[in-house]
Design a protein around this ligand. Structure first.
Ligand code: ZN
Length: 375
């Protein structure tokens, strides 16, 4: 089970990569087709440096084909976990994992949160302004056992209600989408209770712009770090606490390349498309997956950062313009908070249905182009 090993060495990464490629190109129809088309010999890929000879896949490949086409045959008979993503490109992709793969992915995320927050013990983590649905327990859900306690705050609560829950919970770390946290932050000065300053705010899911980072730091009275993740892959990279202009790649989970339009890696400092190879998901292998964002390599794999991290780092990704819906009067709507938009545009037609007005409906990222046209 080397794919689940923590603190993987360079030789561990190469060994896991070889296994992922061999299994994908032998067993998964999508890669079998690519293998035939490009006459690929999987055994010729020995290290991460050989990876660039393989073809690139994209979300189009995953949306166009049935799940059986890009899943390992074992996944069709075993019970698998399903995660759903809504991308800014307008398509949703189901990401499939076994329970063990999902647990590893969660562990990687929590480990990085814990280190980034300065190893708090115990740790109370509050998720607000995220894609969280209400559960059987209601709009605020509590999970985990000591020393880790997680509070999940439903996206259906208004920004004011989310701010009140955050103030009451006194979390060690708050994590959420920056646009939604920004809207929640605006409610903090009006709360009746005293604000307990968290150790860290972690943003994810959207681009964190410098001005918004400053706004959030000021409003929450805490430092802010950005995590780069995607539903298809889990955590990809995280902002260095000591050098905020770079993000360290999560090397236990993935390999990141920055490539030109033809799939060839570009030199450090040159912008290009982010391509991710997942190391732990055997159920739905992602090998050279073009994720839809751009960045550039900040430092190569032998680089030692002042935070003592050794490995590849990238610049903060750019290229997701859909973080906010801006209404004609200038009001901003975060796509991760439902209720704001519903009252703001009462007479607009629901673009996803084509008729009627906004009722208790969703505003999903994939609807944004339609909403823009409707406005
Ligand atoms: Zn660092």
């Amino acid at each position: 089970m080397r794919r689940f090993k923590l603190w993987k060495s360079a030789s561990d990464i190469d060994a896991v990569l070889r296994a992922r490629i061999r299994q994908a190109y032998q067993d998964v129809p999508l890669y079998q087709r690519l293998g035939e088309m490009f006459r690929i010999q999987p055994e010729s890929i020995r290290t991460v440096y050989d990876l660039s000879t393989l073809p690139i896949i994209s979300k189009t490949d995953l949306v166009r084909d049935t799940p059986e086409d890009h899943l390992h045959p074992n996944a069709l008979t075993r019970k698998t976990q399903v995660r759903v993503t809504s991308g800014t490109t307008g398509w949703e992709v189901d990401t499939h994992m076994t329970r063990a793969e999902l647990n590893f992915r969660r562990y990687i995320f929590l480990r990085r949160i814990w280190f980034s927050a300065g190893r708090p013990f115990p740790m109370k983590l509050a998720q607000a302004g995220s894609w969280i649905e209400p559960g059987p327990q209601g709009e605020v859900r509590h999970t985990g056992t000591w020393p880790l306690h997680v509070v999940h705050i439903s996206r259906r609560l208004s920004p004011k209600q989310q701010a009140a829950v955050l103030a009451a919970e006194r979390a060690t770390v708050i994590i959420g989408c920056p646009s939604a946290l920004d809207v929640i932050a605006a409610e903090l000065p009006d709360l009746d209770v005293r604000w307990h300053r968290p150790r860290l705010i972690i943003t994810r899911g959207e681009i964190l712009r410098p001005q918004m980072k400053r706004n959030l730091e000021h409003a929450f009275r805490s430092s802010v770090l950005d995590f780069y993740s995607a539903e298809e892959t889990g955590l990809i990279a995280w902002q260095c606490p000591e050098n905020p202009d770079i993000m360290h790649v999560e090397q236990d989970a993935c390999i990141v390349e920055i490539v030109d339009p033809s799939g060839v890696p570009v030199p450090a400092g040159t912008p290009g498309d982010i391509v991710v190879t997942n190391l732990f998901n055997r159920t739905m292998p992602l090998i050279r997956y073009r994720i839809g964002d751009q960045s550039e390599v900040a430092s190569k794999s032998d680089f030692t950062c002042t935070c003592s991290r050794i490995g590849t780092s990238i610049r903060a990704p750019f290229g997701r313009p859909d973080d906010f819906i801006i209404l004609p009067d200038g009001e901003r709507i975060s796509p991760t908070i439902d209720t704001v938009g519903l009252t703001a545009v009462p007479q607009r037609k629901n673009p996803s249905k084509g008729s009627g007005v906004f009722g208790p409906a969703w505003i999903r990222t994939r609807d944004l182009p339609l909403i823009r046209r409707a406005l």
